[in-house]
Design a protein around this ligand. Structure first.
Ligand SMILES: *[C@@H]1O[C@H](CO)[C@@H](O)[C@H](O)[C@H]1NC(C)=O
Ligand SMILES: *[C@@H]1O[C@H](CO)[C@@H](O)[C@H](O)[C@H]1NC(C)=O
Ligand SMILES: *[C@@H]1O[C@H](CO)[C@@H](O)[C@H](O)[C@H]1NC(C)=O
Ligand SMILES: *[C@@H]1O[C@H](CO)[C@@H](O)[C@H](O)[C@H]1NC(C)=O
Length: 459
């Protein structure tokens, strides 16, 4: 089984509140969705401010800084940006940053703050979560880990921390430490961090899977509302739902799956928001009002994929019978011939940090689909490439019959559909993995437009 967020790219989170953006001319802007009627009650601690600002965020992969320095980010279209990743280590007092991240993080933080964007640092990711479990396992370790986090905040002048633990109580990378009490210990750790004077006003976010955190039984918890009282928000990583580890080709980031054949319902934004909401994580619903008598807006942001997964598929499997251009749904693929993606070095056989040989990830960024000829510069399918837009998942597939490469990805229409869903559900906003994957903001601009996001400025 090949994990989500494959080897080179893990994932994660985001967020910020009441974001005002200060430009050099001391004009202040915030990003507003077209929502009516903000609540006027005062925010509870640890709960997102009841402003109507939308959270427009993305993750910045620090290891790509040479090709994509912080100055390349379209800062005015975001109000939170999360630097990825600092990693857990065997020593609970040490949270590690590689050399390029250490060099880039200070520039990233100043660029963000100069643009009125909150700067967060994400800890963990697919390959960096190995020692989360031990870091929160005992009172002594939690206290040391709290101090290590706060030291990073001070050292880098961070506005917040994103916890991208993949995953509490559940196997991610094969050598991660996993303990049945992970979720309970994680909650205690977050409470202890929040209770520190220096933790009170920090933005605390978590990148989470499409099902709620698992409890000691290994099953998703029925009630995760306590997490909502200490986190400002979560980002649901609604991607890597299908990929090279799956039985057939399927959508990387489905908006919906209830309209798919029942055997192909592997989860979606619709099912994930429903599952977190049913477990009392606030999504613009009344459960916390009932339980704690606090009036809060949603603390859920939807994770969006500016990338896709590739599969090797024969033309016989890829195309509908009797039609030389129509892509068949959920075709079989050859897992032993994983095509290299735009983020890979072809022929790469390197192994992950657990020593498992993963080879190439097969991930194509949206921009990589353009540079490798699948898509035109404007994001439409190139001549000679088969294309289908799956109306259930609201995501497209492209196929090159000669190379036998099929890619499931998100295009501008997918981002627009997800933006409308975010508004319709009253979610807090979005988090894109990752900020380098878009091409000239084709996806981001489509999302802003669909959500009706406007910069409201006063000078
Ligand atoms: C506490 O952290 C240390 C590393 O700093 C680790 O060796 C130890 O196993 C941890 N305790 C538990 C119970 O996981
Ligand atoms: C093949 O499928 C495409 C797309 O669904 C359709 O427009 C076209 O008419 C089909 N061609 C044939 C020969 O059935
Ligand atoms: C996108 O680009 C292609 C190739 O240049 C062109 O044929 C197509 O009309 C363009 N589509 C839009 C919507 O502009
Ligand atoms: C399809 O793949 C072949 C073989 O790799 C390549 O030569 C061709 O340019 C690709 N077609 C398109 C339209 O990109």
């Amino acid at each position: 089984m090949f994990p989500p967020h494959s080897a080179s790219l893990p994932l994660l989170i985001l967020l910020a509140h009441t974001f005002t953006r200060a430009s050099a001319s001391s004009q202040y802007c915030s990003l507003k969705p077209p929502r009516s009627g903000s609540s006027s009650s005062s925010p509870a601690r640890g709960v997102t401010d009841v402003s109507t600002d939308v959270i427009a965020s993305a993750w910045y992969p620090g290891w790509l800084a040479a090709d994509f320095p912080p100055s390349s980010i379209s800062w005015s279209k975001y109000n939170a940006m999360t630097f990825s990743f600092a990693t857990t280590t065997p020593d609970v007092s040490t949270i590690a940053l590689d050399d390029i991240s250490e060099q880039t993080l200070p520039q990233f933080v100043s660029a963000a703050q100069e643009n009125g964007v909150s700067a967060l640092l994400s800890i963990g990711g697919w390959t960096g979560s190995m020692y989360y479990s031990t870091a929160v396992a005992t009172a002594e370790n939690r206290s040391a880990f709290v101090n290590a986090v706060l030291d990073l905040v001070t050292k880098y002048n961070l506005d917040g921390i994103d916890f991208d633990w993949e995953y509490p109580g559940k196997t991610g990378l094969s050598c991660n430490v996993v303990n049945p009490d992970d979720s309970a210990n994680f909650l205690q750790f977050l409470q202890e961090l929040r209770n520190q004077p220096a933790g009170k006003n920090l933005i605390l976010t978590a990148a989470v899977g499409i099902e709620p955190f698992v409890g000691s039984s290994g099953q998703p918890m029925n009630d995760v509302s306590q997490f909502a009282t200490v986190l400002d928000r979560i980002a649901i990583m609604n991607y890597d739902v299908w990929g090279s580890w799956s039985a057939t080709v399927g959508p990387n980031a489905p908006l919906d799956d209830s309209c798919a054949p029942s055997s192909d319902q592997a989860g979606s934004a619709v099912s994930a928001v429903a599952a977190w909401t049913a477990a009392n994580f606030p999504a613009n619903q009344e459960s916390l009002l009932r339980i704690y008598n606090i009036n809060i807006l949603s603390e859920i942001t939807l994770g969006l994929a500016a990338y896709g997964h590739s599969f090797r598929v024969t033309p016989t499997a890829a195309l509908q019978r009797g039609n030389s251009t129509a892509i068949a749904p959920y075709p079989n693929f050859d897992a032993s011939a994983q095509p290299a993606g735009s983020a890979d070095t072809p022929g790469d056989t390197s192994s992950d940090p657990c020593g498992d040989s993963n080879g190439v990830s097969g991930i194509f960024t949206f921009a990589g689909l353009i540079s490798s000829g699948f898509l035109n510069l404007n994001g439409s399918a190139a001549t000679g490439i088969d294309y289908v837009f799956d109306s259930c998942s609201q995501t497209p597939f492209v196929y090159n019959q000669t190379s036998q490469v099929m890619v499931s990805y998100d295009d501008a229409a997918s981002f627009a559909a997800k933006g409308k869903f975010i508004n319709a559900e009253g979610l807090l906003g979005f988090a894109v993995w990752d900020v380098t994957g878009d091409q000239n903001d084709i996806l981001l601009d489509s999302l802003h437009e669909a959500m009706g996001i406007q910069a409201v400025c006063d000078s």
